[in-house]
Design a protein around this ligand. Sequence first.
Ligand SMILES: [Zn+2]
Ligand SMILES: [Zn+2]
Ligand SMILES: [Zn+2]
Length: 378
Amino acid sequence: MESIRPLLATPTFVLALVLLLALAFALAFAMDTPAGHQLPRPPSLNSPPPSLNSPPITMLPTEIIQHIASFLPPSGAASFASTCLCIRLAAGTQYLSALRASRTEILALLELLLADAPNNPIVNFPSRLLCADCARLIPIYIGCGASATSVFRKTWDLSTRYIVSSFSPPIFYTIMAMHRHGHQCDELLSRIAPPTTTRYTSSSGIASQHTVHYRIATTGPLLIRTQVTYIFPRPPLDDREHTLGSFCHHIGGKTERFSTTMKLVQTEALSGTGRSQPKFIDCNYCRTTVLVGARKLRGRGIGLFITWWKDLGDGRPADETWTDQIGLSTRPEKWRHVRHGTIPVVEAFEGQNARYLDFDEVMTRADWKELLRLSPIQ
Ligand SMILES: [Zn+2]
Ligand SMILES: [Zn+2]
Ligand SMILES: [Zn+2]
């Protein structure tokens, strides 16, 4: 069923359904019409005879085309009408008022148009993006421009602040719509992730690395995992020395809950086995989980590992996972408690039980090698 559902909404499916219905109607009419009687209303005699290339549906009487359109949801009827001029003329305008009245139907139509549009050959991405905040398709190189709605401006500002600075809401909405229509989006997701950066600051002696990965969960939402790793010679690394911003709208690098945990893992790493326990910080108000851990690195000092996972929702603008995530509701009393002591976003991303996940486990070997290369041996 999972693989069929996206198919049900594609224009190709709509057309196939329409052809089937048309055939059924044609048969019904043929059987109901007594011999010698004319069919109720054939296509206008003034219209040019359909060429061999035009689809058989265009030869149907107008009433039947209208009848077919009446069975479709407004978005489906509009998509049907967009297939060719004769159908658009025949289908009439009965679906338009219902379409205009429903934002959900408008977005559904935009998704259908997007799913069928060819990719821009240069960027191998749809030439037009879906902006769900402005409820329209926008040219990829121009964006929403000066006519962007205030909702869109706010969403963009909040998402670059609380997700990652390169985050683009229209690209998010577009990828999620393509995903719903059966497109494979893994390659696109790896392209929109900012490249891994590794740097060493000689004044402080701190080497650091920043990595971002996106993944669409099997249950539908987009997940993002960000990793920041520091190697520094003299612990503890405190609030003044790191540049961590916000993990979400509710927890940041300067939040007491995080600062306390960071001090604790460093103390643990300096004693006993040289490794801290993995410590999870779970946001109470949105689907964000932070994992912190530290370990001693012989000759280099200490490694501090901070990873955070976020569930961004399914790309529909009213989705509560999304509005909680970017903090569109700014009054604390409005924040919903969504957590029950579990860390589902970590398990959805990693595909394993978070209880057995260690703090330095999700780092790739290549990233780790690069970080060690830049971090000098004392
Ligand atoms: Zn498609
Ligand atoms: Zn927009
Ligand atoms: Zn939060």
